[in-house]
Each structure stands twice: as structure tokens, then as C-alpha cells.
Write a protein that binds this ligand. Structure first.
Ligand SMILES: Cc1cc2nc3c(=O)[nH]c(=O)nc-3n(C[C@H](O)[C@H](O)[C@H](O)COP(=O)(O)OP(=O)(O)OC[C@H]3O[C@@H](n4cnc5c(N)ncnc54)[C@H](O)[C@@H]3O)c2cc1C
Length: 323
């Protein structure tokens, strides 16, 4: 199985058009770009190789697929009306619901007329004389645009691992990132799952319920914790909605991962101090002289830590590095 294949062309764009912006990909990023740029008065054409919007949530249909950031946060923030009105059913919504949400957004903000489905962008060449991009589509057309935005995601190309003998394997092979649109039946079958990243962790318990025997191959153990997923009550949704302005602000301005939490995180000074100690430990000259210091000022710690880490450049700090 190769990565994403050209899809049967349905909505072919006529060639030769000129746009202000060509956006590649109609996942969450591409759809928002279209909405935003249109609002700025620009002409935009989005090209998507799949036959639907949603990107990640269009392709990843494997059993158990769901988000692992709470849905109340893993959703668009650009429209307060949208976030006040959309009802997520569970704390971590399953893939079909997220895909439904993506389609709802496409309809609600009238995005579809500017999205060409089933068309892959094969080439984009910048014409320095004309100062424009010449963009070639999989149906053989060329359009021009002042800007090209690659909203192609970081996980949208399923990569089949190069496993010896795979081509001759007589059973069926599936990739979580390119799952069939029809349900896959594992009842009574012997199944192997390769990999224990998020997709493996999510799909294993669901496949195990059907398969007669399941073997999981794990090269590298991941750190995972129970999701504590559960249905969301109307009260929980409303309580969350009431604090949306603060949630979104906090996530943007005060976090590194963009995730709001009302749990008390471990003391930041303590976390910085531990990191600083690790840096010191790894930097042998510091370690040898035993000059571990305890500072209370976070900025000071970060500054000294950064300064003393000059010698660590290029060295990766891994889970095995203890301090
Ligand atoms: C199972 C799973 C769970 C996840 N859960 C979370 C989560 O809980 N929280 C979180 O923050 N993130 C999560 N992610 C990451 C997720 O990918 C991003 O949150 C987000 O959906 C990425 O959106 P995107 O629009 O940037 O890219 P994508 O959704 O990947 O969309 C890119 C689109 O570009 C299209 N495309 C690519 N190349 C071309 C081309 N040449 N021509 C035309 N079209 C092209 C693809 O077909 C695809 O539809 C998860 C990912 C997976 C796989």
C-alpha cells in the first residue's frame, strides 16, 4: 500500500485561474485559512486530495480513533457562536464526531464553494518574473497565485514501514492513517498491531474485543496515562462555555502546549530547578566541581541554566537521563 493515492477526480477545477492565495489541504488549518483570508477580502482556492474536508479526521478512521486533547478545547476558537453552540458528546470525542464537526464548519461558514476536492497539488513553482506561484494540480491544470499556503499538516501522509516480506504477506494490511471508509471486521481473526503510539494505544483495546488473538509489537514504549474519557453532561458543557474567553486566553498566552488546565501543575520553580539540575548534571565540568546551586528566582535559574548549557549543544536529553 502506498501513501495517499490520487483520488478519482470529481470536482475538477478548470485551469488557468488566478487567485490571491492557493491553500493546500482542507484539514482544520486549511479551512480556517480559507475563512480568515476570505474575510480579508482575498480570493482563495483550497485544494484537497481527499474527497472530503477534515484532514486528519477524514483519513484516520481506525477503531478507537479520538482526540486526546479535550474536545471543548480541541475545537475552533475563532467564532464564539460556534463554540457556544456545538455540543461535544464526550470529553474526548471520537473520530466520526470530529469529522462531523469539520463538515458542520464547512457548511456553516460556506467554505465548500472555494474548496476543490479530489485534487492533489503536485507542483508549485515561483515565477520570479511574474512574481507569482504557478501551481500544478493532479488533474493537469495550472493556476497562479500570489501566495501558496501549505496547510498539509504534519501527519497527513501515511507512511508504510519498510518491513521485509510485507509485500508478500497474504493477509490484509491496514494503516491507521489511511483507514478504509467501510468498517473493517476483525471478528475471529488473528491480528497483529505494529506500534504503540497514540493510534496503537487507541486501537488495540477496540480490536482486541473482536479479534480471536491479538499480538502487539512494540519497539519503543510510550508514556501513556488513562484518558478518563466519559460522556459530557449539559452542565459540564455550560460550565466550560462560561469560561471560554479565559480558557482560550490562558491556552494562547500562558502555556507551552496550548492546553488549558485548571489542575494545579507542579510548582514551576520546582520544575525549572529540576531541569537546571539535569543540565548541570549533564555538563561534566559542572558536575565534577559539584557546583549545584539552589536559586529561588526562576528567571535567574533559566538564565544560568541556558548559560551553562552551552556545552550541551547537539546532545539530546532523553528519558534515560536521570537526575
Ligand atoms: C489520531 C490522531 C489524533 C490526534 N489528536 C490530536 C489532539 O487531540 N490534539 C491535537 O492538538 N492534535 C491532535 N492530532 C494532530 C492533528 O493532526 C492536528 O490537530 C490537526 O488536525 C492538523 O490539522 P491540519 O489542517 O494542520 O492538517 P491535516 O488535518 O493533516 O490536513 C492536511 C490535509 O492536507 C491534505 N494534503 C496534503 N498534501 C496535499 C497535496 N499535495 N495536495 C492536496 N491536499 C494535500 C491532506 O489530504 C489533508 O487532508 C491528532 C492526530 C491524529 C492522527
Amino acid at each position: 500500500m502506498s501513501a495517499l493515492q490520487p483520488i478519482s477526480g470529481k470536482d475538477h477545477a478548470a485551469g488557468g485561474e488566478t487567485y490571491d492565495v492557493v491553500v493546500v489541504g482542507a484539514g482544520f488549518a486549511g479551512m480556517y485559512m480559507l475563512h480568515k483570508l476570505r474575510g480579508l477580502g482575498l480570493t482563495v482556492r483550497v485544494y484537497e486530495q481527499g474527497d472530503g474536508v477534515g484532514g486528519t479526521w477524514y483519513w484516520n478512521r481506525y477503531p478507537g480513533a479520538r482526540c486526546d486533547v479535550e474536545s471543548m478545547q480541541y475545537s475552533y476558537s475563532f467564532s464564539d457562536k460556534l463554540q457556544q453552540e456545538w455540543d461535544w458528546s464526550e470529553r474526548y470525542a471520537p473520530q466520526p464526531e470530529i469529522l462531523k464537526y469539520a463538515n458542520h464548519v464547512a457548511d456553516r461558514f460556506k467554505l465548500r464553494p472555494d474548496i476543490a476536492l479530489n485534487i492533489r497539488i503536485d507542483q508549485a513553482i515561483f515565477d520570479e518574473t511574474a512574481n507569482t506561484w504557478r501551481v500544478t494540480t493532479s488533474d493537469g491544470n495550472t493556476v497562479t497565485a500570489k501566495y501558496v499556503v501549505l496547510a498539509t499538516g504534519c501527519l497527513s501522509n501515511a507512511r508504510m514501514p519498510d518491513i521485509k516480506g510485507l509485500a508478500g504477506f497474504k493477509g490484509k494490511v491496514y494503516h491507521t492513517g489511511h483507514w478504509p471508509h467501510e468498517p473493517v471486521e476483525f471478528t475471529g481473526l488473528r491480528v497483529a498491531v505494529i506500534g504503540t503510539g497514540s493510534s496503537g494505544i487507541q486501537s488495540v483495546p477496540v480490536i482486541a474485543e473482536q479479534a480471536s488473538h491479538l499480538t502487539v509489537f512494540q519497539r519503543t514504549a510510550n508514556f501513556s496515562i488513562p484518558a478518563h474519557n466519559a460522556p459530557l453532561s449539559q452542565e459540564e458543557r455550560e460550565a466550560f462555555r462560561a469560561k471560554y474567553p479565559e480558557v482560550r486566553r490562558f491556552a494562547r498566552e500562558e502555556t507551552r502546549n496550548g492546553i488549558y488546565t485548571d489542575q494545579q501543575s507542579p510548582d514551576r520553580d520546582e520544575a525549572d530547578l529540576r531541569r537546571y539540575r539535569l543540565f548541570c548534571h549533564l555538563q561534566s565540568s559542572e558536575r565534577d566541581t559539584g557546583r549545584y546551586q539552589v536559586e529561588s528566582d526562576r528567571g535567574d535559574i533559566a538564565e544560568r541554566g541556558a548559560h551553562r548549557c552551552q556545552g550541551l549543544r547537539g546532545r539530546r536529553i532523553g528519558a534515560g537521563d536521570r537526575f
